[in-house]
Write a protein that binds this ligand. Structure first.
Ligand code: M6R
Length: 314
């Protein structure tokens, strides 16, 4: 309730969950949030304000850099909260408070259900913080909680798109490079989509904030590189459409992930459009993580890769 600032520290996919969390805490609870890669944070030795909150996010609860960040924050007099999946882990034991993600055991190296559960926990925390700080009213809280509760049903609906995602995976499998674009909370999803694809298919992929396209990556656009655009029909949708037009004008091939309203409004030729059920924009990151995970899964499967044990990863 009385915090001025939160830091969120994590690695890999958990870091991207933290980036989504930043948008939620800032929007719903009006708290400043800094998100850091744990391997940078721990060695940078940032000055800390005692009494503020450090959140670490980790599936395993054993990632060395994340654990070191937790210890650094605790030594600096900060409160520590672990969003963690393994309840017996070192991070869970050492944190002052634990918000368990309850995803069940992650067997595959590529984080999937742990990611969606990290998002669910971070959104719950942001809603609670918003209520405590008076930035969310009771009705707004109810609307957000109902949106969160609707997510499992929406995900079941989203899974109906799997045959078309599988077919698109065959197309993506032919690419050498893939670009992911998104705005708002879809930006960290673009980063996560790119990580998931490179991790299990070994195709080079980059995630970018859609507004950054014109500041460099637009030079890469040609007919050989698929551009995957994550764009629910939300407040920044029109802006993302203008980026898609920039891609299309340069002969780029767009794979659009949106909802029905977005597909209609975009009105653009694409190599494929994956249509998600309509949802409250706040919970879109939970829902839209499903098609990006499935796309990576089917691309890698089509290429004959081991999606559970990718090379070089522990
Ligand atoms: O166990 P952790 O969440 O701390 O692990 C962090 C990263 O190593 C992890 O998220 C990694 O990026 C995944 N393999 C991504 O799928």
């Amino acid at each position: 309730k009385d915090l001025n600032r939160i830091s969120i520290t994590a690695c890999g996919t958990a870091y991207y969950a933290g980036l989504v969390g930043k948008y939620w805490f800032e929007r719903l609870a009006r708290i400043n949030v800094e998100v850091d890669v744990a391997s940078e944070y721990r060695y940078r030795e940032p000055p800390l304000d005692a009494g503020e909150l450090a959140i670490v996010v980790s599936q395993s609860g054993e990632t060395a850099d994340t654990l070191a960040s937790l210890r650094y924050a605790a030594e600096g007099g900060q409160h520590t909260l672990a969003v963690v999946n393994v309840p017996t882990s070192t991070i869970a034991r050492e944190a002052e408070a634990v918000a368990p993600t309850l995803a069940g055991m992650e067997i595959g190296v590529a984080s999937t259900k742990a990611f969606t559960c990290q998002l669910a926990v971070l959104l719950s925390l942001a809603i609670t913080a918003g209520r405590e700080r008076g930035t969310l009213g009771e009705a707004e809280e109810r609307r957000l909680v109902e949106a969160l509760v609707s997510v499992p049903g929406l995900i079941s609906e989203a899974l109906r798109a799997e045959p078309s995602i599988e077919a698109l995976g065959q197309e993506i499998a032919k690419a050498k490079d893939v670009l992911y674009l998104g705005r708002g909370t879809s930006y960290p999803l673009a980063l996560e989509g790119a990580l998931k694809l490179k991790e299990i298919s070994y195709i080079h992929a980059e995630g970018y904030a859609a507004g950054e396209l014109k500041h460099g990556p637009i030079a890469l656009i040609d007919e050989t590189m698929p551009v995957i655009v994550i764009a629910p029909h939300d407040a920044v949708f029109e802006k993302t459409v203008s980026n898609m037009q920039e891609v299309a004008a340069r002969g780029g091939r767009i794979l659009l992930i949106t909802d029905e309203a977005g597909a209609k409004a975009a009105d653009m030729e694409t190599m494929g459009t994956i249509v998600m059920p309509a949802c409250d924009p706040v919970v879109a990151p939970l829902l839209y993580s499903i098609p990006i995970q499935l796309l990576a899964y089917h691309t890698a499967g089509f290429m004959g890769k081991d999606v559970d044990q990718p090379r070089n990863l522990a």
